[in-house]
Unconditional design. Structure first.
Length: 230
């Protein structure tokens, strides 16, 4: 049996991942704010920017302590400014894991090893979610907003989340392929460049595709089948 779902009202429209629900008249967050703001950018890039040249000119031990020191300073800076600490804490934990691996392997390229394999794991998990018809971008967004998973009964919206999730798979797969190739080539400097170049820029592209796909799917009436369960 087929029925039509009436057009969503402006207040009930599903917001895509990377966007936030704002009160009427409130300014929409910018792309930079959606990715953690200046603090998130600093906490994720500065330790790498410091680690690579210090390792080249001074050595691995100095590079490890420099990266950790910068991550701590960023966290303190955010604390003093009374800004959200989550990006800095996440960055500090990431730097801690990366520097520990570099220390244990005795190689600067070990600093990037965790991120390389994490990208492969993310790509695999996102791929499984699409194959299972539970695209992870949709699950994450609606889980965060606490509005249930009824969106899965909407074919157009589910297809949009498939597109968004596939985009993220491409981002994670590209990061793994390029950085694993550089890792095997023993190029810590190029690994640092790749980590930065394939970080926020690719994330911004994925967010833009996500917003475009979901907004396109939520325009106008949507026809769905009551017999087609989740």
């Amino acid at each position: 049996m087929t029925h039509r779902i009436p057009p969503r009202s402006a207040g009930a429209e599903t917001n895509p991942p990377g966007a936030e629900t704002n009160p009427p008249g409130a300014a929409s967050p910018t792309m930079l704010q959606q990715m953690g703001g200046i603090g998130g950018l600093v906490s994720s890039t500065v330790p790498v920017v410091v680690f690579v040249p210090v390792n080249s000119y001074v050595g691995l031990t100095a590079a490890i302590w420099s990266a950790v020191g910068v991550a701590v300073l960023v966290a303190v800076w955010r604390l003093v400014r009374r800004e959200p600490l989550q990006p800095a804490v996440s960055g500090l934990l990431g730097v801690g894991v990366a520097t520990f691996i570099a220390y244990r392997t005795g190689s600067a390229k070990g600093y990037f090893l965790f991120g390389i394999w994490a990208s492969l794991v993310y790509a695999a998990v996102f791929t499984v979610s699409v194959a299972a018809r539970w695209p992870l971008v949709g699950l994450i967004w609606h889980g965060i907003n606490g509005d249930g998973q009824s969106w899965r009964a909407d074919p157009a919206l589910r297809h949009a989340y498939d597109i968004a999730t596939l985009t993220w798979i491409g981002v994670f797969a590209a990061r793994f392929a390029v950085q694993k190739w550089l890792y095997d080539g023993d190029s810590a400097t190029l690994l640092g460049v790749a980590r930065i170049a394939m970080g926020y820029p690719l994330t911004a592209v994925a967010i833009l595709v996500t917003v475009w796909a979901v907004r396109r799917a939520t325009r106008g009436p949507i026809t769905t089948s009551a017999a087609a369960g989740p």
